[in-house]
Write a protein that binds this ligand. Structure first.
Ligand SMILES: C[S@@+](CC[C@H](N)C(=O)[O-])C[C@H]1O[C@@H](n2cnc3c(N)ncnc32)[C@H](O)[C@@H]1O
Length: 352
């Protein structure tokens, strides 16, 4: 074995200290999220550990340790003079304000599913059977909803739908829309609120997600122009002006079969909107902070999910536009373009 270069080893160890800190603090973020510690801190003002514990019905000594961990991470601020803690306006956006486009706390629920389900994923590495989306811990389903919703709030109505040719005009007039692989229906509900003349159907093969989506639509008062049904991407019924796939095509075992089904389910001048994780076509071009998150999630969630279904194409969360174009073209579509993008997503438009 070659002798390690001491300078390179020190640099790697330095990086590992930071990464290990992120992992450990991540579990603490989840704790603070679930105990309502961030939410209570966001009510404003400096708080001692005692005050935060009293307000949240928790143990002061444990809260003090949690606050210290968060302050050491730079996730909360500490005022030495008053021995109290507070959220800066930026920290409030990231950890406490679920409506903010910068909200990240939901992502930690997704991250926790990677750890909780490690044993199941380990088995999939040997079995070749993959691991279904539905076989994961429930925190994945809720975490996905909470992680993705801020991005949808910030982009879907304002920029993604307008980037598609003629779609917003149709939605304003009154269109039929299918949101396939809709999960908890965050995107469906948002579109239904923005376009009351249109009718939206959310489909997902995961029955508990469909139940949650129905409840979410009731909660925000869009039950009249939404419907949620359990159906797989190759089987959903109906004809539509717009069919949307939000962050789910790559999770499917047979995305080509799904593309063929979408083709016949679209009106002749309809649009297939495919939102996928942002990725470059070349593997090494994705060796960046966003690609790092996606490849890890894809190892535990997306790729095993695809392998668990028929065909098991295993696109992975970093498939890239060129590979997705092939899938879409195999479904019969002749027009395909990248309509817009964000650092986390690509919005692709396919038309017959
Ligand atoms: C990453 S989640 C995205 C959920 C939702 N679109 C969102 O953006 O919040 C992927 C979704 O695809 C669904 N899914 C996976 N394979 C499917 C299939 N073959 N047919 C329908 N839905 C599928 C899963 O149940 C899951 O809800």
């Amino acid at each position: 074995m070659l002798e390690p270069n001491q300078e390179k080893l020190d640099a790697l160890l330095g990086k590992m200290v930071g990464d290990l800190g992120a992992i450990a603090t991540g579990a603490a973020v989840l704790l603070g999220d679930r105990l309502g510690l961030f939410a209570t801190m966001s009510e404003g003002g400096k708080m001692t550990a005692g005050k935060l514990a009293a307000k949240t019905g928790t143990q002061e000594r444990l809260v003090r340790e949690w606050l210290s961990a968060q302050a050491a991470a730079g996730y909360v601020e500490y005022d030495e003079a008053s021995d109290s803690f507070y959220l800066s306006p930026e920290q409030e956006q990231v950890f406490a304000n679920e409506d903010s486009p910068a909200y990240m706390a939901g992502a930690f629920e997704v991250a926790s599913a990677l750890w909780l389900d490690e044993e199941k994923v380990r088995k999939a590495f040997h079995s070749g059977k993959g691991l279904g989306w539905h076989d994961h811990s429930t925190c994945l389903f809720r975490g996905t909803e909470r992680f993705f919703r801020p991005g949808y709030n910030a982009n879907l109505i304002e920029s993604w739908l307008p980037s598609l040719d003629g779609v917003v005009e149709k939605l304003k007039r009154g269109a039929t829309v299918a949101d396939v692989g809709c999960g908890h229906g965050a995107s469906t509900v948002l579109m239904a609120q923005a376009f009351p003349n249109s009718r939206f159907v959310g489909f997902d093969y995961h029955a508990p997600s469909i139940e949650r989506a129905r409840a979410a639509a009731e909660e925000v008062g869009v039950a009249d122009n939404t419907r949620f049904e359990v159906a797989a991407a190759k089987e959903f019924p109906g004809k539509y002006d717009l069919i949307a796939f939000f962050d789910c095509l790559h999770d499917m075992g047979d995305p080509v079969g799904a593309a063929k089904h979408v083709y016949q389910a679209l009106e002749p001048d309809g649009t297939w909107m495919i939102v996928e994780p942002f990725a470059h076509d070349q593997l090494s071009a994705n060796f960046n902070p966003v690609g790092r998150i996606y490849y890890a999630a894809s190892t535990f969630i997306c790729t095993p999910a695809s392998l668990s279904q028929e065909v098991g194409l295993g696109l992975g969360a970093q498939a890239g536009e060129a590979r997705l174009r092939e899938v879409v073209a195999s479904g019969g579509f002749t027009k395909f373009r990248r309509a817009t993008e964000t650092p986390f997503n690509m919005v692709l438009e396919a038309r017959p």
